[in-house]
Design a protein around this ligand. Structure first.
Ligand code: FES
Ligand code: FES
Length: 154
């Protein structure tokens, strides 16, 4: 069976079964490996992508739920690290092992789309489902604030 969906702006048809986790479609069928597998149980946030603009855990989202919809992965932020969040992540030297960071960035991107000037509490609420075993939380928060300031200047 085939399913049509849009990934990073490109309409494509994939052949996976409808109950295949979107994460495996993105990584194995489409070959976009920026989205990571962590827990596989919607607990860590490593696999976060946007589905019609909303952050979702792609490990627990079946392909059928994305049919006809728009999926955006970490690769869609920018091709050359020029998205304000990517620039802020570099400026604050956020990643440690890096494994959780793609999901962190996608949750942060969804937050800044919905709220251009998030408070500490807003950031805590939006990012609470993204776990970092390296404990980079304070740098993530600082980088989100820097990116928000940069986006509000533009
Ligand atoms: S891998 Fe999806 S939430 Fe952990
Ligand atoms: S940077 Fe290592 S898990 Fe977050």
């Amino acid at each position: 069976m085939s399913t049509s969906l849009k990934i990073n702006g490109k309409t494509m048809t994939v052949k996976a079964e409808p109950d295949t986790p979107l994460l495996w479609v993105i990584r194995d069928e489409v070959g976009l490996t920026g989205t990571k597998f962590g827990c596989g149980m919607a607990l860590c946030g490593a696999c976060t992508v946007h589905l019609d603009g909303q952050p979702v855990r792609s490990c627990q989202t079946p392909l059928s739920a994305a049919a006809g919809k728009s999926v955006n992965t970490i690769e869609s932020l920018s091709r050359n690290n020029t998205h304000p969040l990517q620039k802020a992540w570099i400026a604050h030297d956020v990643p440690q092992c890096g494994y959780c960071q793609s999901g962190q960035l996608m949750s942060a991107a969804a937050l800044l789309k919905a709220n251009k000037n998030p408070s500490d509490a807003d950031i805590d609420a939006a990012m609470s489902g993204n776990i970092c075993r390296c404990g980079t939380y304070s740098r993530i928060k600082a980088a989100i604030k820097t990116a928000a300031a940069e986006m509000n200047k533009a």
